[in-house]
Design a binder for this molecule. Sequence first.
Ligand code: GLA
Length: 808
Amino acid sequence: MITVKNGVFTITTANTSYVMHVREGKYIENMHYGRRITPYIDPDANGLIDPSAVIADEQTERALEEKYTNPYGNSVAAAGNNWCVTLDDMCLEMSNPGTGDYRSLPLVIEGPDGCMSTRFYYKDSLLYEGLYSEKERTGMPYAHGASNGTDRPWTLELIFEDVYEGERGKGLELRVIYTAFEDCDVITKRMVLINDTDVTYTIRDISSMMLDMQGRDYSVVTFDGLWTRERHIHTKKLESGIYETGSTNGTSSNFHNPFMMVIKDKATEDHGGCYGFNLIYSGNHRERIEVSEYGKTRILCGLNPFGLAYPLAPGDRFYTPEAMLTYSHKGMNGVSHNCHRFITDHVIPPYFRGRKRPVLINNWEATYFDFNRRKLINLAKVAAGLGVELFVLDDGWFGDRSNDTKALGDWFVNEEKLGGSLDSLVKAIKNEGLDFGIWIEPEMISEKSQLYEAHPDWAVKVAGKEIYTGRNQMILDYTRADVRDYIVDVICKLLGSADISYIKWDMNRPVTDAYSAGETVPGAFYHDYVLGLYDVMKRVTSAYPHVLFEGCSAGGNRFDLGILAYMPQIWTSDDTDPNERMYIQGGTSYGYPPSTMGAHVSASPNHQTLRETSLETRFNVAAMGVLGYELDLTRLSLIDRKIISKQISFYKENRDLLQNGMFSRVYESDNNTIWQVTDERKEHAIALLYKRTAEPNQSYDILYAADLDEDALYRVRVRNIKVKVKTFGNLINQISPVYIKEDGIVQALIGKAYAMDGETEEYTVSGATLMYAGIRLAGRFIGTGLNEGTRVMGDYSSRLYSIDKIVH
Ligand code: GLA
C-alpha cells in the first residue's frame, strides 16, 4: 500500500514501512525505512493503534522529522532562508550538486556550458495502481505483478524539477519512482531523467536509487569472486568514509555481484535488521555507501559512472534500471526469503514460476569439442536409462568450431560433425526419450569466422588500435540495430529448425574497448550494449515463450536479475567441485533462490580443481539447485549407474521441494554446514548436512533444522547412500576374508560392481526439538568400530535428510 497524505508519503509492505515527507516545500526527507511502524492515534480512541493506518498524522511526523536548532560551523546552509539546516546532514531522497551536500550524489549532469550544478526540487507526486514500465517503454526488464494477476502493485512517482532561471528556462525533470511489492517486503526504486529543454545534457553519473539512513552502525555484505569461484561472501564493517563496489567490465560480473546487504552490527543469519539491495540490470553497476561524520549512512545503487558520458538530447528520457530494496528484522535469512520470493513471483518470466525444471545431461565436460553423432546418441541413451529428461548439446556443433579459437558467429550446423541435420539429431535424441537443448553464444564473434570476414565492423573494437581478445574472441556490437536483427533472425531460425526446448545462452568474455563503428557514442556504449542485449533477449524469448533459457557467462559471470527476467535459471559456475559449490551456491543463496541455480554432478577428480569427491556428495550439493549431470555417463561403472539412477529418482520425487521450497541457511561451523528447503505448509523439508573435513575422535554431528512447526511431529530419515569400498583403502582387509590389494585389480573389480550401504537412521521428534536442540546423529567412523549404524563421513562428505510432518 502507498499513501500520499498531508505531504507525507508512506509505502507499507507486510513488515516494512518507508516514510518520507516534504520539507521546506522543496526537499523530500526520508523519515524511516525499516521495520513496519504504526501511526499515532488519537488518545480518545483508547490509545489503540490501527496497524493498517498510515503514518500521516502530525504527531508521528513531528516525532520522525530531523531537528535542526543551531547553525553548524563552516557548513553550507540550505538556500532561501535562515534555516539552520545543512543538506549535508539530512536524510534525503534526492540531492543536487552545488547545494552543500558533500556526500556522494545520485545524479550529476553537465549542461552545454559545462555547469554541473542542479536544483531539482520537489514539485508534485503521482500515485497509481500498476507499474511505471507498463506505461513507459523503458527498454529494460522490470519487476512485474504476481503472475496470478491478483496482486496489482502500486507505484508512486515523486517529481522534481530543475529550477533554473537562466535563458534556457525550465524543462529538466527528474522522477523518483517507487513500487511496492507488499507480499515479499520489497520496494523497487528507479530514477528517470526527462529533458524537455532545447539543449543536450550529458549524464555523468546517475543512480537508480539513493537511500539515506540514520546511524552508522552497519556492516556491508558483498558477494565477490572470479571465474570458478563466484559470489563468495565478504562482510566488512562500515566506517567513516566511502565503501564502493561494482563492475566496469560491461557485465554485472563475477568480480562483484550487484546484490549486497547492509546489516545492523549485531545482525546474524536469523536475527536483527538487515537490508538487501539489487539491480534489475546486467551491465556495469556501482554500489556506494558513505558513512558521514554526522552519523548517517547513504547508499547508492545504479549504473557505474565508469566510461559514462551519456548524451540526453532535447525530448529524450533516460531510464535507470530498477533497483530492489528489502528489509527484514529476521536477519540475513529473512532478507534471502524476501529476495527469493520477489525473484520467483516478480522477476522470472511468469510462465516458469513454480514450473518443474528438467534433469539434464550436458555433454561439455563429457566430450568437450570431441564428439560425433554416435557419441552423442550413446550418451543420450545411457542418460535416458538413468532417468535424465533433457539432453543439452554444448559448444562445438556449428561452423568450423573444433576448438575455442574460431567460428563464433557462424551459427550454421556442422552437419558433417553431427552426421546429418540438427533436426535429424534432435529426432534421434527424442527417440531415446529425451528432450533436446542446445548451447549458443550469440553475443560473440571470432576473428577466424565467416561472420567476421563479412562484417569486421560488427565486432567491438577501436579501429587502428591493437585488439585485446578474451578466450580468443571478440564481442558483437549489440548497440547496432542491424547486428541485433541479424542475431534475432539466426536464433529464431535455429529454434524453428528443430524441436528445441532449452537454450543455454553463453557469454564468455567481458568488454574491453567500449567503442562502436555504428551510431552509439563511446560514453553511451556500455549502457546501450545492455539495452541492445535486452532487445535481443526480449524478441527471442517472446517468440519462444515456452523454451527454457539458461543464462551463462563463463559460468556465473552474469548472475543477475536482468538476465533472470528473461531466463529463469543461470549456470551458477563452471566450477562443479562440490566443496567449492558450497561457497558458490551458499553465497548465491543470499540473493537468489535454488530454482535459479544450475547445479551439475560432474566427474571426479573434478576438472577445475582436481579434487576427488564421492558421487553421493556431488549429488547432494547439486540437489540444492536445478540438477544436471555433466560427465561421460557411458563410462560409468555398474554401481555408479545404480547410484545415479537412485539419485535422480530421489530428486524427481522431491523436485518441487528442492526447486521451489523456502531455502534457509540453518547452521554453519568451521566444518559443518546445514541448509534446508521447506515447503509452504511446513510439511516436508530436506536438509543438507555438509562436512568440509573429517574431524578425528569427535564422533557425532548434530542435525539442526529451521522453519518447522514447533508443535508438530516430524519423521527424520537419512537418504540412503552407497559407500565405496575404496573409501577404506587397505583397512578393508581387516574385514575381508581374502586379501585385497589397494588399487589392485580385485579392488577395482569389486568397486565397479559393489558398494556398501551407508547407515540408515530415523527419528521422530517435534519441530521444536529439531530446531532448538537438534538431533545428535549416529556415531561417525573415527578409526575404530564399523557397523551398519556407523556414519562414514570423510572429507567433503554429506547427507540429505528428509523431514516429514506426521499427519494423523
Ligand atoms: C563456457 C561455459 C561452459 C561451456 C563452455 C563451452 O565456459 O560456462 O559451461 O558451455 O563455455 O565453450
